[in-house]
Design a protein around this ligand. Structure first.
Ligand SMILES: [Zn+2]
Ligand SMILES: [Zn+2]
Ligand SMILES: [Zn+2]
Length: 145
């Protein structure tokens, strides 16, 4: 994504594209997997922690990003792929690798629908599966041979 596309995306979500916001968006867009605040700090060494957090909080409020807790209870952030209003009520499952600590999006694995007791209205659901990613699993097999 180039600067122009990021500016358009932010505008479509209803927020002003300031320099910091573009930086944070760009850093997330370059990653293949969801990132924690700590990772974001390492990706954005020129920005201080509180500025990054402020931008992410704003992004969350305007559905520029979505967040979920990974296997350690740490918030992970990922970009919303939708332009404008977000209809991500059918959230996907996430996978947390207990060996390397990375989070993965299982875009094609929908969160199961649960039959709730009468009177309970679901707004969202977060689903994290813990285990080993293919990379770590392959490494382990090699070392045990
Ligand atoms: Zn979304
Ligand atoms: Zn792993
Ligand atoms: Zn995801």
């Amino acid at each position: 994504m180039n600067g122009q596309q990021i500016t358009e995306r932010l505008a479509s979500k209803g927020i002003r594209p300031t320099a910091n916001r573009i930086l944070v968006y760009d850093a997330l867009a370059r990653q293949e997997s969801p990132q924690s605040l700590k990772n974001m700090e390492n990706l954005l060494l020129s920005m201080d922690k509180s500025s990054i957090f402020r931008v992410l909080t704003l992004f969350l409020k305007y559905d520029v990003v979505h967040a979920f807790e990974d296997g350690r209870g740490v918030m992970n952030y990922e970009l919303c792929n939708e332009h404008g209003e977000c209809h991500h009520h059918d959230n996907h499952v996430h996978f947390y690798c207990e060996v390397c600590g990375r989070s993965f999006c299982m875009e094609n694995v929908p969160v199961p629908v649960f039959a709730l007791p009468p009177g309970f209205c679901q707004h969202s659901a977060s689903f994290v599966i813990k285990g080993e990613c293919p990379n770590c699993k392959a490494k382990k097999t090699k070392t045990t041979l």
